[in-house]
Design a protein around this ligand. Structure first.
Ligand code: PLP
Length: 392
């Protein structure tokens, strides 16, 4: 069979005309769970059995007291509020991070302290964290990011060595299937619409001990009424997904390996390495370092070309210190790796990892097709405004 090798960006046939696999997947178990809640007439309750059940079953992810919330961002805010974080306090986080996390710190009037990431892993560099700790440091916030696992045990040691009272908050939003999850004072999970465990919106806060959990929960009470919690309907769609978390995480890990072997020889494309020791990673936005000189296209054009092929690549985040007034944060060192990540990271959205070998082969063949046609694409006069075929 011969394929039309004209890039879809230049009018050729897309590799995946149907676009990326839909998310969440249409799952009969979810439908049945909704029907059961309907039949039992429990779906409209303020306090019903599904949220309770979800909280109990989430102890299989981390065996710590927890409660379900309206979003992952809210879970972070509640954790910080329960620590009385406010003006004058400093929170250490990576300069390459999810921007709403940074803005949550501002929302409480505290100061973000930006630290560089590791060379080939977009998570906190523990050595630089040690340098960043000072009188005002109250929290270290570590996110597992793009398939890179944060070194939680080393960060814990940095805190112990500092002899200060500093809380460690770990953000699992991009890695719900991290296995096993290391201990920390608080852990955050997101059930947002694009996440591996999805209820459209939602989150979970895990607390290192019962006292912390009680204190955090108090932040949700307004005159006996709880605001910002997860609904019964949301818990209802999450329960069957939770059953699948471990097998799906393993499937994503296997698919990541398979994809890497298919992409290994592509010039200018380098995956974030798999951790050498446990815990095992999970994948949400799968990160790759993209070198435009070696590939022959700018990162932006690469992403547009792949999206035209029906493959959900995106540019990574903009580092938090870039394009932002210097009085909005304190920074440690030159943040050079965060700058590099800001310029070179691309991510692949996770649903394709569960879509089977042929879908992974399509990703690889779209990347190769784009590489082979790089010169043609460079020479084409492309409109500057990207045409997005889909939204992830
Ligand atoms: C998605 C995400 C969150 C939380 O998102 P919500 O939409 O508020 O649930 C937090 N941190 C990171 C790194 C994320 O990717």
């Amino acid at each position: 069979m011969t394929h039309d090798q004209t890039p879809a960006l230049l009018g050729g046939q897309p590799t995946r005309p149907e676009g990326p696999p839909p998310w969440p997947v249409a799952d009969v178990a979810i439908q049945e769970s909704l029907q059961k809640a309907f039949a039992a007439n429990t779906w409209g309750l303020y306090h019903g059995p599904h949220v309770e059940e979800l909280q109990i079953r989430c102890r299989k992810i981390i065996d710590q007291p927890n409660f379900a919330l309206a979003s992952g961002t809210l879970a972070l805010e509640i954790a910080l509020k329960s620590l009385n974080i406010g003006p004058g306090d400093e929170i250490i986080l990576a300069a390459y991070e999810y921007e709403p996390t940074f803005l949550t710190i501002h929302a409480l009037g505290a100061t973000p302290v930006l630290v560089d990431i590791q060379q080939d892993n977009p998570t906190l560099n523990p050595k630089q964290v040690a340098q960043a700790i000072g009188e005002k440091t109250r929290v270290i916030l570590a996110s597992h990011m793009h398939g890179g696992v944060a070194d939680i045990s080393l960060l814990q040691k940095v805190i112990t060595d500092s002899k200060r009272e500093i809380a460690l908050v770990q953000d699992l939003s991009q890695m719900p299937g991290l296995d096993p999850v290391p201990d920390s004072d608080f852990s955050i999970l997101s059930f947002g619409g694009s996440k591996p465990l999805s209820a459209g919106r939602g989150g979970m806060l895990f607390c290192g001990d019962t006292a912390r959990c009680q204190k955090a929960k108090l932040q949700l009470y307004r005159a006996g009424h709880q605001w910002g919690t997860l609904s019964e309907l949301q818990a209802c769609v999450l329960l069957p997904q939770l059953e699948q978390l471990k097998p799906h995480a393993q499937q994503r890990r296997d698919a990541f390996q398979r994809l890497n072997s298919l992409l290994r020889e592509v010039p200018g494309l380098r995956p974030i390495p798999t951790p050498e020791k446990p815990p095992l990673a999970d994948y949400y936005k799968v990160g790759f370092f993209f070198e435009s000189d070696a590939f022959g296209l700018s990162r932006e054009i690469f992403v547009r070309a792949l999206r035209a092929e029906g493959i959900a690549f995106s540019p990574g985040f903009r580092a938090l210190h870039r394009g932002r007034a210097a009085n909005r944060f304190r920074k440690i060192g030159s943040l050079s790796h965060a700058d590099l990540a800001s310029e070179h990271l691309i991510t692949l959205h996770h649903p394709v990892l569960l879509a089977g070998d042929s879908a992974l082969e399509q990703v690889a063949s779209a990347v190769w097709k784009t590489y082979r046609n790089a010169e043609r694409i460079r020479e084409a006069a492309l409109p500057t405004q990207a045409q997005l075929r889909f939204d992830d």
